[in-house]
Design a protein around this ligand. Structure first.
Ligand code: SF4
Ligand code: SF4
Ligand code: SF4
Ligand code: FES
Length: 950
């Protein structure tokens, strides 16, 4: 396999010390930072000391005794992995005595290890095998007649990896990886001496244990004991291509390890700047959907949504789509069509879609799925700070003293970042969780929140403003920072506003449900000297006051001076892999790339000159407005790339009504998703493994996506849009996505310094990246805010119109689960479904008992918008009066229930608050039955050839 820079394992982690020391190893002088181990120093000097229990992603442990060295002036043979360097030290790593000792150690290991190297799945990729060679072991004197573990039973319960105890050398790397890297503490070494064995939880099969299948233990294992099943089935990989995970906004870097053109496994890259060698179950293991038999590979058309699909050639599909859009525009006008970009596609693909809408359709009717998640972040942070993005890099959390998590569930939604955060919490950082539900972070191994403010859904603004009240009235504001960095008049006005007794924790306690003392305690903790950082998610944005809550968070950061350095800041945790990028690329109807308003004449002139077209100065329609206009008969054609609005957008009946009213819906996706049920043209999409481009993660980090195999559908997504644009009469001439990025850089000041070459050289850059910051900007607003002075904004709490009452007495809120992703189109087509086969309704025991509902019963979940059914999960993770569900399975139809209330500034739907009633039920509603029947019918494909199943 082609070695990557990050394949070099130096045995122990790097020391962060600034002072260096000099020593001599095997006659060579080496200078390394103080605190470095002798093993690492030797590796830096080019000498590899044999090792088994050491690896540079874990703290040294010193159990295998293979790495012994001799040090002048010291007795014995200390382990080089646990012995730090010292000034003037003279070390020998290869003496006859050491060689003999190491061979003796290896002999003992091998005497209890099956001699099946030639047929072992890890043959050629096994550290035990390598070390046996490195120490020159030629024979084993002890024989195999004594006690051994060779007949121990394999644990194959996990669908992605096996545990074969016969091959285990009890080095504890797996246990330590689970603790130090992942922070789950699922593994232990059970038994003593010869009986010592790795055990998951209380010695149960892996699948039944607390294991979350992050793969860290598999990655750490030096033998074939823990090994990916795909390696067993396919063989060891031959080459590796570095790329970026296609799932969430953490943006983990992976090595796609290939055998021929077949993907064998995805392993997290140590050089990945967002993940530092860690992964979660989705990116590490759940990539099999790319080969799933449901994937559609040929374009299809149909005259009406009640007809079966008919496969056609790419030429026919593109020509038909273009002629339909032209026909509709000729009949209903230029603004009767539009497009939706995808937060799952690359920056380059997103940019091209919005360009096609503006230049080929000739209007600004383009929007993106960020509309339904983080559009309030854009509006709120731009208003207060001047830039629509998070302020920090992920690694910054390692310097935080107080961490606030509000409306986010990082261990499920952003697991690799959560592991980094948990590590900091185990080191002693304090934690405030603001969430209606008791998320895992509130109480987990070695992590306990100082405060869990279990507020009533919809009251974020009241709680955040009450925290500001405490800070201002108790003299905890950082007046020096405010004087220096913020607009004075706005601050004075805001200060008086929050100080009003009506905004105190005591006055708002009834509305929020949070004891005033807890709000006061949390505010004092957040405002204390040191570094406090806020991380938030859709539990903040998806509200009628989503934008207000984002601004309330920004106010808190400014009033305490927690902005502009490492360890602090305001950090939105973005859901989809490229939701930041899709917003950056000009996907909103009112903005061109880099968040420049379409009404700004000089910006428009720049794009008009580059694109050779006239641009409308008026913003186009947002997704909900497109659907409204469709229902009203004015909007007739839609191009949707990689987005499933029929499942992910609120008020499904309204969405379906809008789609049904259109004359041409073009869906470009991997699978026939729910939106495709209402489409007339289906263009097969490509996976992230099949394309080149870039994604931008939640920390504004632009990273390369690299093609690992040819697109199974024939084209990368950007090529398909190019064909459509050309057929519409607006050809765009790019031969590679790097040329699209070059254009983005020419036209977008915050991207001016971004090129594919630079990304290849540096690994990634965080925008702004331009002459002022040629290598990017990890921490924003250091000396001044992007808008100059920070702006405090008044955040009046206005209760949502979605109110509980006798008919709908409970509040429904929604969220995600670790093993599934978004609407589940990808993860449901992998073994991840073993962990989550259906969406369940979490309900408090008190509410369940009142309604005669037992755990696992079918229940009807009804709101003013509609009703659905699902099974109940009785738990006190939710407070009485609150119910919760996920939305990963289309048959749940959770969004049939959600209302069409939305954020006042951005139209982001109020997913997180719906007044509902829950009653016992016998099974699916009529609507679910009808919807399911329609889905089945329209999925019927004539002559479609499926990709062979894995
Ligand atoms: S399973 Fe692997 S990493 Fe864990 S103790 Fe055994 S050999 Fe070491
Ligand atoms: S897969 Fe992850 S969570 Fe599971 S045992 Fe291994 S390290 Fe722990
Ligand atoms: S944390 Fe997100 S980016 Fe990282 S592997 Fe998991 S899904 Fe992929
Ligand atoms: S590598 Fe040092 S004791 Fe195992």
């Amino acid at each position: 396999m082609t070695p990557l820079a990050d394949d070099i394992d130096r045995g122990t982690p790097a020391s962060g010390a600034e002072r260096t020391v000099s020593l001599v190893i095997d006659g060579t002088r080496v200078d390394v930072p103080e605190g470095t181990s002798i093993m690492r120093a030797a590796s830096v000097a080019g000498f590899q000391v044999p090792k088994l229990c050491a690896t540079d992603s874990l703290k040294s442990f010193g159990s295998c005794r293979l790495c012994l060295v001799e040090i002048d002036g010291r007795a014995g043979t200390p382990a080089s992995c646990t012995t730090p360097v010292a000034q003037g030290m003279v070390v020998r790593t290869q003496t006859e005595r050491l060689k003999k000792l190491r061979r003796g150690v290896m002999e003992l290991y091998i005497s209890d290890h099956p001699l099946d190297c030639l047929t072992c799945a890890a043959n050629g990729d096994c550290e035990l095998q390598d070390m046996a060679g490195a120490v020159g072991l030629r024979d084993v004197r002890y024989g195999y007649n004594g006690d051994n573990h060779l007949a121990d039973t394999k644990d194959e319960s996990n669908p992605y990896f096996t545990y074969d105890p016969a091959k285990c050398i009890v080095c504890s790397r797996c246990v330590r990886a689970c603790e130090e890297v992942q922070g789950t503490f699922a593994l232990t070494i059970g038994g003593r001496g010869f009986e010592s064995r790795v055990a998951a939880s209380a010695d149960v099969p892996f699948l039944e244990s607390e294991c979350v299948s992050c793969g860290a233990c598999v990655q750490a294992c030096p033998t074939a004991t823990l090994i990916e099943k795909t390696v067993i089935e396919t063989g060891t990989p031959e080459r590796s291509i570095q790329t970026t995970c296609g799932y969430c906004g953490v943006g983990c870097t992976f090595n796609a390890e290939m055998r021929g053109d077949e993907l064998v496994r995805m392993t997290p890259s140590k050089s990945g700047q967002a993940n530092s060698g860690h992964s979660c179950i989705k990116g590490r293991f759940a990539w099999g959907y790319a080969q799933h038999k449901d994937r559609i590979l040929k374009p299809m058309i149909r005259a009406s949504i009640d007809d079966p699909w008919q496969e056609v050639t790419w030429e026919d599909a593109i020509a038909h789509a273009a002629s339909e859009f032209k026909r509709i525009q000729a009949k209903y006008g230029r603004t009767s069509v539009g497009g939706i970009t995808s937060s799952r596609c690359t920056n380059e693909e997103t940019y091209i879609v919005q360009k096609m809408v503006r230049a080929a359709f000739g209007n600004n009717n383009v929007d993106t799925c960020a509309r339904v998640c983080h559009s309030p972040t854009g509006y709120g942070l731009r208003t207060t700070f001047g830039t629509s993005a998070g302020t920090q890099d992920f690694v910054s959390v390692e310097k935080a003293d107080v961490i606030v998590v509000i409306g986010a569930n990082p261990t499920d939604g952003h697991p690799v970042f959560a592991s980094r955060m948990k590590k900091r919490l185990r080191e002693g950082a304090r934690l405030i969780v603001i969430d209606p539900r008791r998320i895992d972070l509130v109480h987990m191994p070695h992590v306990d929140a100082d405060y869990h403010l279990a507020l009533r859904p919809g009251t974020n603004v009241a709680v955040l403003t009450a925290m500001a009240h405490v800070i201002v009235t108790e003299g905890l504001a950082n007046e020096a920072f405010i004087r220096d960095r913020c607009e004075a008049d706005a601050y004075e006005e805001w200060k008086a506003f929050v100080a009003d007794p009506s905004r105190s924790p005591e006055a708002t306690e009834t509305a929020t449900g949070v004891p005033a003392a807890s709000v006061r305690g949390a505010a004092r903790l957040y405002a204390r000297p040191g570094n406090s950082a806020i991380f938030y998610g859709l539990g903040v944005t998806e509200h009628s006051q989503g934008t207000t809550a984002v601004m309330a968070i920004a106010n808190l950061a400014m009033v305490t001076g927690n902005i502009g350095r490492e360890g602090v800041g305001v950090n939105p945790l973005r859901g989809q892999n490229n939701v930041q990028g899709s917003c950056d690329m000009g996907s909103f109807p009112h903005e061109l790339s880099g968040y420049r308003h379409i009404s700004d004449a000089p910006t428009r002139a720049l794009f008009e000159a580059a694109w050779g077209v006239h641009l409308d100065a008026e913003p186009g329609l947002r997704i909900p407005n497109m659907l409204d206009a469709a229902v009203d008969g004015h909007f007739k054609g839609l191009y949707v790339q990689g987005e499933d609005i029929a499942q992910s957008d609120p008020d499904t009946k309204h969405v379906v009504g809008g789609l049904k009213a259109m004359e041409c819906v073009v869906v470009q996706d991997l699978f026939l998703n729910e939106t495709a049920n209402y489409a007339h043209i289906f263009l097969p999409g490509s996976t992230f493994l099949e394309k080149d481009g870039t994604f931008t993660n939640a920390e504004r980090r632009i990273q390369r996506v690299r093609k690992t195999m040819a697109p199974k559908n024939g084209y990368e997504d950007w090529e398909i849009t190019l064909k459509l644009s050309e057929a519409l009469g607006y050809p765009m001439n790019y031969s590679h996505p790097s040329e699209v990025m070059d254009e983005i850089a020419r036209l977008t000041p915050t991207f001016a310094g971004v090129t594919f070459e630079k990304l290849d050289e540096l690994g990634s850059v965080q925008w702004p990246c331009n002459d002022a910051a040629p290598e990017g900007t990890p921490v924003m607003h250091r000396a001044t805010f992007a808008r100059g002075k920070g702006l405090f904004v008044l955040t009046e709490y206005v209760a949502t119109d979605e109110k509980v009452g006798p008919r709908f007495p409970l509040l429904l809120t929604t969220g995600r689960i670790l093993s599934q992703y978004n609407v589940g189109a990808q993860t449901r087509r992998t073994a991840n479904s073993l962990w989550h086969q259906e969406d369940r309704l979490e309900i408090h025991p008190h509410d369940a008992e009142q309604r005669g509902i037992a755990d696992g019963n079918w229940v009807k979940l009804a709101s003013r918008a509609g009703a659905t059914t699902l099974r109940a999960l009785i738990t006190d993770r939710v407070a009485p009066g609150v119910v919760y569900t996920t939305f990963h399975h289309p048959d749940t139809q959770a969004n049939v229930v959600t209302s069409d209330y939305s954020d006042w500034a951005t139209n982001c739907p109020e997913y997180k608050v719906t007044a509902v009633q829950v009653t016992p039920s016998n099974g699916p509603t009529d609507w679910q039955v009808e919807y399911g029947r329609h889905s089945e019918k329209s999925r019927h494909v004539r002559h479609a050839e499926a990709v062979p199943a894995e």
